[in-house]
Design a protein around this ligand. Structure first.
Ligand code: ITT
Length: 202
């Protein structure tokens, strides 16, 4: 019987991406909804790592399952790294968050629109050991939203090497170069090791 791995997130965009990134692992990927879990984790950490740890600990304590949780966000150089850990709380909707960034970057030329997406995964393992894996992706903030795929800030995150925003990429293309894809590819061997040592009860 395949063991479950809990994706400790309520974000449907993240769930879609991890479902593909982790598809080859010998685990059944489950969500909080699948497990009937109804917990809200307060993101009171000062860093993405602290928030990822808070989420992973809360979800694994509740589910007793190996758990992958993450904190991620967009850091805009001209805004001194904002919104960063406040990325999800920077407005009431994706549209509002995007408008706020575009408004603050009004009149700023291409060469000063550098930005970075960052992802920190926290992985709970047996014996309460927690592993951290990080990934980042560099790009530029576009002058207007383009594309309908992805989620969050994807329509304004422009990748010069692709000549497109993240919202114009397929799921496979985004996973190949995104912050989340990079962090997940570091987490995969650690998760595989979990299986090989066959000690899955937390
Ligand atoms: P969980 O805490 O339940 O995982 P969340 O959406 O609140 O969901 P975060 O606190 O990590 O997750 O916030 C990350 C925010 O950063 C997210 O809501 C998006 O606005 C943005 N973000 C992160 N990764 C992104 C990506 O790949 N594309 C676009 N926006 C992204």
């Amino acid at each position: 019987m395949r063991t479950k791995l809990l994706l400790g997130t309520l974000n449907q965009g993240k769930i879609r991406e991890y479902s593909l990134l982790l598809a080859d692992l010998p685990f059944v990927l489950v969500t909080p909804q699948d497990e009937g879990l109804d917990i809200q984790v307060e993101e009171k950490g000062k860093t993405m790592e602290e928030n990822a740890l808070l989420k992973a600990r809360a979800y694994s304590a509740e589910s007793h399952l190996p758990t992958l949780a993450e904190d991620s966000g967009l850091e805009v150089e001209a805004l001194h790294g904002e919104p960063g850990i406040f990325s999800a709380r920077y407005g009431n909707s994706d549209e509002e968050r995007i408008s706020r960034i575009l408004h603050r970057l009004k009149g700023i030329p291409w060469e000063e629109r550098k930005a970075c997406f960052r992802c920190v995964i926290a992985l709970t393992l047996p014996s309460r050991k927690i592993e951290i894996c990080q990934g980042e992706c560099q790009g530029l903030i576009a002058f207007s939203p383009q594309g309908n795929d992805g989620f969050g800030y994807d329509p304004i995150f422009y990748l010069p090497e692709m000549g497109a925003t993240m919202a114009e990429l397929t799921l496979e293309e985004k996973n190949a170069l995104s912050h989340r894809g990079r962090a997940a590819r570091k987490a995969i061997p650690i998760i595989r090791h979990l299986v090989s040592i066959n000690t899955l009860a937390i």
